[in-house]
Design a binder for this molecule. Structure first.
Ligand SMILES: [Zn+2]
Length: 473
């Protein structure tokens, strides 16, 4: 039996928060759910109690204590949208728009990715995610390397890193028709078979869930879209896709189907199962009402939206309508970082600037989105997302740095002032994966060495070295 305490000057439980719209916007209102000089008691991976440190210490005198009472303790952050398929492909095409970037960079890269690239790249980015406080990641692995079963490597990488995850294979068949020597039905059959194989592999990993992935609606043929919805009904799967990310998507959708992608997703039955959709930038009031009616959750990716100049997600309107909104980094290459603390800060800054209103969103709003609402968006809020008795012990301790030394308002300081250098310890399911500012589950230095030849190989094999996008190979 492993029992320990995690102690902080402030324990940000993210529990018992007032619903959106009923929150105060006064000084001190950030402190909802914060326990001063508190601690979390963990036993065998489960949170047993959250209370004042002195009381817990007196009741459990012999147990080890992590934290000296000067730092911040919070639930592990939940990155609700990323693509670990881009783990080894960062830094290319950052000045392109989404459609150009997909065609020039992500498409060619996806044709050469292997299961080994997926596993090693995932372990590499897991270090970056864990060091920015992420304990759960909702990943969509996008590739067009048919029959490689590359997406299964994400499960291997996350398991090695000791991270919690939800994984999907973001397949698209339309671009592949012109690129591989296979019949359209053979491509669809292989894509659907990989979904089944990925779900079976996930079933062997205790910390990982599976979702059916639809890369993009426009990237799939009508036959694949229909086949996927059928498979979700048959297996009871939840799903993960992108919706309304850029304006070009609306035009292309109207010219193909006569209506927008949100309408099409509704018509083909994609909203019948629990769905999380990345972005939700170009939305009408009717789209927002549709999401609320069908419990579609949105993964907001402010850094990726800014880097690709996609637009501004109407976060306050979505939340006011009752749509659950999480925060993601988006893919390593559409960001070009997996630093979740940066994404949380950007989520607040982008709305404030866009609305020219400093009160339109606050630090507690974005921290809620990055924790308990992220868990709700993924249907795992009974397990994680807040520090409460009975939940699994996914916990982050920030301590020891200037970033978190002045704590007049711990929530504001965390959101606007903290960086990965402040993340001292992280636990997933009660297992310590970051210890004293170093990743304990994956050796960072060794992982960089292992990944270097893989980065060089994909740069050559994809042709991205020849076109000058990569100088690595
Ligand atoms: Zn994405």
């Amino acid at each position: 039996m492993t029992t320990f305490l995690v102690r902080g000057r402030h324990v940000l439980t993210m529990a018992g928060l007032a619903p959106v719209g009923e929150r105060e916007r006064t000084p001190g209102a950030h402190l909802e759910g914060v326990v001063g000089d508190g601690a979390v008691l963990v036993r065998d991976g489960e949170i047993i109690e959250v209370a004042a440190y002195d009381a817990l210490r007196a009741a459990h005198p012999g147990v080890p204590v992590h934290g000296d009472g000067t730092g911040l303790v919070l639930p592990g952050l939940i990155s609700t949208h990323t693509h670990l398929s881009e783990a080894l492909g960062t830094g290319m095409g950052s000045e392109l728009s989404l459609f150009e970037w997909g065609e020039e960079i992500v498409g060619p890269l996806g044709l050469v990715l292997t299961r080994e690239d997926a596993a090693e790249g995932t372990a590499l980015r897991a270090v970056e995610m864990l060091l920015s406080g992420v304990t759960t990641v909702n990943d969509m692995f996008c590739h067009g390397h048919l029959r490689s079963r590359a997406s299964l490597g994400v499960v291997d990488g996350l398991t090695r890193a000791g991270m919690r995850g939800v994984v999907s294979y973001g397949a698209e068949d339309l671009p592949l028709g012109a690129l591989v020597d296979l019949e359209p039905t053979e491509i669809i059959d292989d894509i659907l078979a990989e979904q089944v194989d990925l779900a079976a592999h996930v079933a062997t990993a205790p910390l990982i869930d599976f979702r059916y992935g639809v890369g993009t609606m426009l990237g799939q043929s009508d036959d694949l879209l229909a086949g996927g919805v059928e498979l979700c009904r048959e297996h009871g799967w939840a799903a993960h896709t992108h919706l309304a990310e850029v304006r070009e998507e609306l035009t292309a959708s109207r010219s193909r189907w006569g209506h927008r992608t949100v309408d099409h997703a509704l018509r083909i039955g994609l909203f019948e199962r629990p769905l999380i959709a990345g972005h939700g930038v170009w939305l009408t009031e009717s789209d927002i009402a549709t999401f609320a009616r069908h419990d579609v959750a949105i993964a907001h990716n402010p850094v990726a939206n800014m880097i690709l100049a996609s637009g501004v997600c109407p976060v306050p309107r979505l939340r006011a309508a009752g749509v659950v909104v999480g925060i993601g980094t988006d893919g390593a290459a559409s960001n070009d970082s997996q630093d979740m603390l940066q994404a949380v800060k950007a989520a607040a800054l982008l709305q404030k600037l866009h609305h020219l209103d400093a009160l339109v969103i606050d630090a507690l709003d974005v921290l809620t989105m990055a924790t308990i609402d992220g868990a709700r968006a993924l249907g795992i809020d009974h397990l994680v997302g807040s520090l409460e008795t009975g939940k699994r012990a996914d916990i982050v301790l920030l301590q020891d740095t200037v970033d978190v030394s002045v704590l007049h308002d711990p929530v504001s300081q965390l959101v606007y002032g903290a960086s990965p250098r402040s993340v001292r310890d992280v636990w997933v399911d009660g297992v310590q994966v970051v210890s004293d500012h170093r990743c304990a589950s994956v050796d960072e230095t060794a992982q960089i060495v292992r990944c270097r030849p893989l980065m060089e190989r994909i740069a050559r094999a994809s042709g991205l070295a020849a076109t000058g996008h990569s100088v690595l190979a």
